[in-house]
Design a protein around this ligand. Sequence first.
Ligand code: PMP
Ligand code: GLU
Length: 395
Amino acid sequence: MKPISSIAKGIAPSATVAVDTLAKQMKADGIDVIGFGAGEPDFPTPDSIKVAAIKAISDNQTRYTPAAGIVPLRNAICQWMKREYGVDYQPSQICVSSGAKHNVFIALQAICNPGDEVILPAPYWVTYEESIKMTGGVPVVINTTEQTRFKVTPEMLEQVITPKTKALILTNPSNPTGMLYSKQELEAIAQVVLKHDLYVISDEIYDKLVYVGEFTCFATLGEEIKQRTITINGASKSFAMTGWRIGFAAANEEISKAMANYLSHSTGNPCSVSQYAALEAYSTQEDLLTKMQLAYARRRKYFLERIKKLKDVSCLEPDGAFYIFMNIKGLLGRTIQGVTINSSADFAQALLEKGLVAVVPGEAFGAPGYVRWSYATSMENIREGLDRLEKFLSE
Ligand code: PMP
Ligand code: GLU
């Protein structure tokens, strides 16, 4: 048989999805594992959103819709962007897609030619690297460290920019580190972006989950920046709507048209019922978020207090999102419960098998020596999970 696509052969499965699937399967098999793998809100979708979806079904909103989403939803997203960040978009500049993950994919499809370089600061969310490769683009990874709080600086960018550089991917707040860029830091990056005429894919899906500092929407940094920015956001994290699969991108007309064309030939449209649910989420004046934000803030605080008491592991205090990015370099070379830990992948595997706790190894995020814990899970799970970690480390 002829070989399958060489691009497809080079694509690895998502490690976050894999860890989550494994933990769920172990649970289904009766194994008492605690999953800190997927970054998925543990809250149910708010009732008002569910009611809107049920109404959409009763009203027979069950047919094809425009590829980039129904106009009322795109309108509501424009108004939401204006209300939240004071930034102006027309509905034609909004592409609603089947999750922000797919928006990242079509954004890259819209701007990259094969061979184009896309700058990807590490630690990065797993999906970016593979999405760049799926376009035939070349990921150019910048390894950031705890020294700059895992943030990329203008100097680091200048070092890797070549005539082939097309775009930069920024995640703010970051998955997996939880770090937030200040407005000044973003402005400095924006200058480099303008100097070299780059596009920026600004993934702002955790914009509403910030505990320290103030979030800045990258597209608000001036008209020239707005023209070059594809803002990615979505309902998954802010409204606890992961399974509904609704994300969006806001971009200039040329890019949003290109993305809509891709959508029209691929997904067709995002699920119609989910779109009506998202319409309720983005247009409601009801405060759907505070309860969830407060719960995440409490869990974050508890997590940090417990980690401070542990030997050989540490973490920077995250500003936002719902992740703890734990440095486990102090454990490398040690044997724990009969297993020699030579990498964070070894650590994650041993912690799962011996400690019944699922975390994602840093290798998946381009950051060996670390593991990611998601605190989008109940306080009881966090307490028990950290007890298990402590026990695992002490034996
Ligand atoms: N961007 C980041 C940084 C994420 O962590 C996620 C989580 N899945 C996504 C995008 C995609 O979210 P979704 O596809 O559920 O909208
Ligand atoms: N974004 C979440 C995570 O990083 C969900 C899983 C995924 O889609 O990667 O865990």
